[in-house]
Write a new protein. Structure first.
Lengths: 317, 316
């Protein structure tokens, strides 16, 4: 009787222990977001690659221990042919990732400065690039460097020398929309265009100086990337809003809750749109989300393509 | 031969138009918006009362010759301790008489003219006069900034006016009370227009003294700063032209029917006055009023609905 009881107790304890440890690790690898708390506990885990997308000089001053650096501009370099910022070709990207020690099996954590939407969108877009290049285990550090240092966690300025990885980029067309895709879908009621820019730029009363025309792609819905994080509220870092808030915001902006609908997200130079992808696809589970990487830098330069000015997309569609 | 005749016709038309514009005080200019050029030519106009509603420090520094120091109070705390409300009619009447306003005065209002917040002061003063039954009011397009940039003369000489004989004829239809708004929320017949910045309308941000996030259910969003060209290439706060404003009205979801009932609101009812001025005076909507208490009065009433994390306009 006693032996059985002891065995049962041990069995239950083992189960409980497994229940605590295993799901945490498994969850994190599949979660698009990881917390600073989780990362602090898993900083030196096997096959974990932490990529800092801040500038080389900021990285040089201090970074998360063990992290490697690839500045945001490297994820979206200027493309001469299309006069905008686009991800590098797969062969180039593969080498960049291998040099950072990224394997197919790695769990890659991306972080940015984490203070503003400008920061968060860089990390978000880097994540989109890596996922579009076919990597299956990428997560975003919620709150980035700002939250990490607010919490007094360790940083150093050691320069790691990672062993070359084996990642091979395979472009996933389902995640990126070309100019032709956009042109073909302009009159397709089933495709929803999502404008991740500021309301002023969407409405057409302002524009970036290097964007050629004012306004938004017809029927696109205004969903500012700025509204997706907590940046600035009571000095909060740019943590992503909760799932419940995000569901409410997506619906409130005028987008359907049907997770099978096709979305094409855009902005000026694809940076804000990447954060839109992180939220819509990775966090909320919309299955069919493409980022139009040429965005307004490319689209607005084509005088024959339609733009709507002085209107909200959700009103006039 | 043909060319000569056409050329002659053009010259004739040009001459005719020019002489038309040369006639002083022509009603073309006496709409709700007057230009700096018009004012420069009409400063001595007999029934003109020029009100400077900008900050009094601004007036003391420099103002348009003949302008009366009229910073207010155009808004005040009411007996329920709610701020920024329209003052009592008797108080306003005394103030307007002190400014020299008569029943037949053509009142031109101007502000600092740098940002839309300045223009909103003029719009609020204009609406107040409308609410008191006085319709002969206009705003100086671009305010003092436009006057100054055109290098027109300015002065520090304080204008002392003869007391006016203004008598108020209160128009309740211009002012929406809390009770009225309560009964009209959700009505398909009434269009609410929110003139605040998109972040506040959506509920992403709010000013600290407004008790809740978000907007009135169904409200259209038309930020007042979209209504002028303030800051565009350093321009003063000139109103956008009527064609663009009409386009915007459609684009934010305001019905084309000029008889539709519209209630504008903001945090404190001042920005809302820009919505009133544009819709009523520029675009000709006949039935426009301001929710005087606006969100300062509405938001603390927890049983009254506010929506957040959304745009107010819902696709019908």
């Amino acid at each position: 009787m006693k032996k059985n009881l002891l065995q049962s107790v041990i069995f239950v304890l083992l189960l409980a222990l497994g229940g605590i440890i295993l799901p945490a690790a498994a969850t994190a690898a599949n979660d698009p977001l990881v917390s600073t708390e989780w990362l602090a506990k898993n900083l030196r885990a096997k096959d974990l690659v932490i990529i800092d997308v801040r500038s080389e000089s900021n990285y040089g001053v201090g970074h998360l221990p063990g992290s490697v650096n690839m500045e945001y501009s490297g994820w979206q370099p200027h493309n001469e042919a299309r006069s905008c910022q686009l991800m590098p070709p797969p062969e180039v990207f593969s080498k960049l990732m291998r040099d950072l020690g990224v394997n197919e099996s790695s769990h890659v954590i991306i972080y940015d400065h984490g203070n503003s939407i400008s920061d968060a969108s860089k990390g978000g877009t880097a994540l989109w690039v890596l996922r579009t290049m076919g990597h299956q285990h990428v997560s975003y550090l919620d709150g980035g460097f700002t939250k990490w240092t607010f919490e007094g966690r360790e940083i150093d300025n050691a320069k790691p020398t990672p062993t070359a990885g084996n990642f091979t980029a395979k472009l996933d067309q389902a995640k990126v929309a070309s100019l032709d895709d956009v042109k073909n879908k302009l009159n397709d009621k089933n495709t929803l265009f999502v404008d991740a820019r500021s309301p002023e730029q969407h409405f057409g009363v302002e524009k970036r100086s290097d964007v050629k025309r004012f306004g938004h792609i017809p029927r696109s819905v205004c969903l500012p990337a700025d509204y997706l994080t907590n940046a600035g509220a009571n000095r909060a870092p740019a943590t992503i809003k909760s799932r419940e808030q995000l569901e409410q915001i997506i619906k409130g902006a005028g987008l359907p809750t049907d997770k099978n609908r096709e979305f094409i997200v855009y902005c000026n130079s694809c940076q804000f749109a990447g954060l839109g992808y992180l939220v819509l696809h990775e966090i909320l589970g919309y299955k069919n989300v493409k980022v139009y990487d040429g965005s307004m830098l490319e689209y607005a330069a084509m005088e024959e393509l339609p733009l709507v000015k002085f209107a909200w997309g959700h009103v006039t569609r | 031969m043909m060319m000569n005749n056409i050329k002659k016709l053009h010259l004739f038309l040009a001459a005719a138009l020019m002489s038309l514009f040369a006639l002083p005080g022509l009603s073309l200019a006496e709409g709700p918006l007057v230009s700096v050029d018009w004012l420069a030519k009409n400063l001595q106009k007999k029934d003109l009362v020029l009100l400077d509603v900008g900050a009094f420090t601004h007036y003391e520094n420099s103002h348009i010759p003949g302008a009366v120091k009229a910073f207010g109070p155009w808004q005040t705390m009411n007996d329920k301790f709610i701020g920024f409300m329209m003052p009592e009619t008797e108080v306003l009447t005394r103030m307007l008489r002190d400014f020299g306003v008569n029943n037949d005065s053509f009142v031109v209002v101007y502000d600092e003219g740098v940002t839309v917040k300045d223009t909103a002061k003029s719009a609020r003063a204009l609406w107040t006069l409308h609410a008191l039954g006085h319709d002969k009011v206009a705003i100086l397009d671009g305010g003092f900034a436009a006057w100054d940039v055109s290098q027109n003369p300015v002065t520090t000489a304080v204008t002392i006016s003869e007391p006016g004989n203004f008598k108020a004829d209160f128009k309740a239809a211009k002012v929406a009370t809390l009770a009225e708004v309560k009964s009209k929320i959700g009505s398909a017949q009434v269009v609410f227009v929110d003139t605040r910045i998109p972040e506040e309308h959506f509920g992403h941000e709010k000013v600290s003294h407004i008790k809740r996030f978000g907007h009135l259910p169904g409200a259209r969003l038309w930020p007042d700063k979209y209504m002028t060209n303030a800051g565009v290439d350093f321009a003063p706060s000139y109103l956008k032209d009527a064609g663009e404003l009409k386009q915007m009205a459609m684009g934010v979801g305001i019905p084309a029917d000029k008889n539709v009932e519209i209630i504008t609101y903001s945090n404190q009812g001042k920005s809302a006055a820009m919505g009133y001025f544009v819709l009523h005076d520029i675009l000709g909507y006949k039935n426009v009023k301001i929710f005087d208490g606006s969100l300062l009065e509405y938001a603390p009433e927890k049983d009254l609905p506010m929506e957040t994390n959304s745009w107010g306009y819902k696709t019908m």
